[in-house]
Ligand binder design. Sequence first.
Ligand code: ZN
Length: 746
Amino acid sequence: MDRRAFLITSAGVAAFSASPAASRGEGAIAGDGPLPEGQPASDGYQPPSWLRYSRTIYFDGKTPPVYPHLREFDAGRLVKVAIQLGGDTIRFEPVSNWAYYPSKAFPVCPELNGRDLIDEVSRECRKAGVHIYCYSKFGNPSMVVGWADSHPEYADWVLRGPDGKPYGTYNNLGWNQIQKPCSTSDAYRQGIRQVTRELCAHDIDGVYFDAPSGWGYTDICYCPSCRKNFLAFSGMDLDRLQNKEDMEARIAWFHWWNQVNLDELEACRKIIHESGKFMLCHNGDTWMGFALRGQYRIPEGFMVEHSPQIYTRLMTGLMGASMARPYHKVAQMYLGSYCVSNFGQPPHCQPWGLHDATMEDGDEILMEGFTNLACGNLPLYATLNRGYYGSGSGSDRPVREVFDVMRRVEVLLKDSAPVPYITVVPTWEALQVWRTNRKTWNVEMSQGFALAMLDERLSLDVCPSTEVTARWLGSQRVIALCGATGVSAGQARILADWVREGGSLLATYDTGLCDELGRLKPGGMLQELLGVEMKGEPLASLSECYYRPKESHPALGDYGPGTRLMGDTQLLPVAAVGEAKVLADCWNLGLDEVRGPAIIANNYGKGRTLYVSGSLEAHYASSRVVSLRRLLASMVSYLAYDAPPPFTTTAPRGVYGVLRQAANGDRVLWLLANVGFKDADIGRMRQEFVPLSHVQAKIQLPSGRGVKKVHLIRAGRSVAAPVENGYVVVEIPSLHVAEIVHVELA
Ligand SMILES: [Zn+2]
């Protein structure tokens, strides 16, 4: 399956998308017009080959030794520590709360005294053969509240309310002393372009922009520049945005914001490429309905946001890799973090960067690093500041091992791809329901589904709808749309074509209830394909809902008439239409009342579909009730015509497997033994992992292939490789945190 060849053009990627790329220069637009679309790099720039397998370490600019005071900064020491940690690349942050070089555009650190820290670090990097690229702000806050009052040259960089006064602080991570910027004014955008030119005038390899499309960092600004530009773009008065109910104005504003971001990214990319350097972006805020949809296609690579839970990290990481793979781009993911916890904690963890200077790493760094790699993403270690001080009672052993393993698996990991039994497809269109004030749970339901598949050892991939085309579908066995509220007519058509030719689709809850603009579609967008007529919005949640099979059916596994299964308390009112069959209904125990059909099976052409009117997967993520998982697994197996799974393992629940196919065809099974102290549902706590012994894994061989050798990469040894019924049987004597099983094919 060669996805690259046909996805390389924007025409290819637009196939499943709601609407074609907006034409440039589109002036006044209707409120619900298509969003601007990021384009694949097409200016002929070729990034250096090392970038796609770099071991990057992040030096943060918001903490010591540069902030709040510039003290003890020694570039030589910094580069030395990066090398000790196993890195070969530094992401240096010279544009942070201050600029740490003599910038003409960005507020310069008052303690800089004419120094240029980029030059200092770059010189040491070049001497040591370490790559360097520079982090820059793009639209996220940097100035202390009130600072611009005494520095009027930056007055236009401040987010302003309708009264013209500054408003908005970045306080959701404890930075309530930091003023939100006006990221859309001409002055700010010209400033960032100038910063980009200044960075590119240094001897560095590339530029990284933090948080383009990061809505949480900024807000709607009412400064004179924003008023003028929004009016010119939309024909609307910006003051309409003061009325939060005015959705037409709001939609137009986000359209404008997207266009500003797109124009700026392309302008900066031009500056960067013309200086022979690469561009990377933070992409963690972009899977939001009002962000720039194709942003990830603009730079040479992007950072996928990390996640404290390992199964959600797998979900996000696999999805990020699926965004990068068609274009040969880099997807990076944080390894370690400098926050104790993300949200909802007492002030011990605020502001966010508090724990930057202590080195307390433990085995969770191994787990995160191997998880990132298993997804096909490059670990980006946070942060170098900690190693710089060497304080704390922890160790840098974990990160060194992650980078060491990374070096050893390069030929297996680079250009590899997952071997999915099922692919879950989070959809961009589901996120568009904000336009009609609706809510979607597509991300959470997709995560829950991923967890159920990981727990059932049904090999999983995650691919966003923005990278789904008819040809991509042709390479898939089963796909799942989990609470994918919005579906476009184009998507409905290629899904129907694919199923008619033998594809299998699982759809849950409100999948296709709305179109790609969040408008309720009578009957649903997938009525004919699923054999399901949707009768409107979800019913109110009721406790004590059970699913009752009406017949024995392979999709229900061992559950037949007379059994009651844990069901979802939420339900979409539906009816089976055409030849479709209701396999189970949803019954309320307390009221002794049937709420409606729960599971509906349909045959469509040569293919099969199953629809569930609730979300067993969302329920599973919070309850982990076994029947929920088993039912989902039997549905997937039925949809896969009982094809044997690509791998199995005897390891206990909590051990996640990710099976990949190397560029040369070899199979590589990443086993992540996420078992042990798990009482950490909110923060990134230090974690202990329980060692396992005598774990068996069976890995399916491609037809016609034999085994030359099986190697346990982390243990550094080969093991016996007996073959049974098309599977190579691998005994793993001990499994602690992770093992990487390489099946070298004969
Ligand atoms: Zn403004």
